[in-house]
Design a protein around this ligand. Structure first.
Ligand code: FE2
Ligand code: FE2
Length: 184
């Protein structure tokens, strides 16, 4: 059995070897924590919790060095020889269906898709607020979602699609994530 801390450390090292940008690293950490929290709330096993966390942490691994090939470089070349589980690699492949042609279907794939863009968007909202995530409410995030000029690069359709994929109302999804991000 893989020990959480050990495999976690190896993945953190891999992340740091491939990504220099502190904001991209932070995004990866946020998605990892979101995935871990959902895995726990869904009653997943220890191994699955690690896999969900890992998929979140490494989903943008090749973004900085190989933006054109993202996430195929990671999925086909970087991760397989390192022995990452197939479901982790599959989830990373399916987080960018417009690039890989693979829609998120399995649970880990759907949750990764659902946690990705909203995490980036919520971080942009947190940066505008004096207390960041501490007193953030789902309502203020939804208000910003309606403001097309705010974080204009974040595709709103993907945020809605993500909530649909995990059969969760968007405010509920956002509230869950505020609780996760508050603790980081
Ligand atoms: Fe990505
Ligand atoms: Fe991402």
């Amino acid at each position: 059995m893989i020990e959480h801390k050990q495999s976690g450390e190896a993945s953190e090292e891999l992340l740091h070897a491939h990504i220099e940008s502190s904001s991209l690293r932070q995004h990866c950490e946020m998605v990892a924590n979101a995935m871990e929290a959902y895995a726990i709330s869904l009653g997943k096993s220890e191994i699955e919790i690690v896999n969900w966390w890992t998929a979140g942490l490494l989903h943008d691994l090749d973004w900085e060095k190989y933006p054109e090939e993202h996430p195929k470089k990671a999925v086909h070349e970087i991760l397989p020889p390192l022995g990452y589980p197939a479901e982790v690699i599959a989830a990373i492949n399916a987080h960018a269906p417009e690039r890989t042609g693979k829609e998120p279907e399995s649970e880990i794939e759907r949750y990764l898709f659902a946690c990705d863009e909203i995490s980036g968007f919520m971080n942009a909202v947190a940066l505008m607020r004096p207390n960041g995530f501490d007193d953030m409410k789902a309502k203020s995030v939804r208000k910003k979602l309606k403001d097309k000029r705010f974080a204009a690069n974040v595709p709103r359709e993907d945020i809605r699609k993500g909530a649909d994929l995990i059969n969760t109302e968007l405010p509920e999804h956002i509230t869950f994530l505020i609780e996760v991000f508050k603790k980081l």
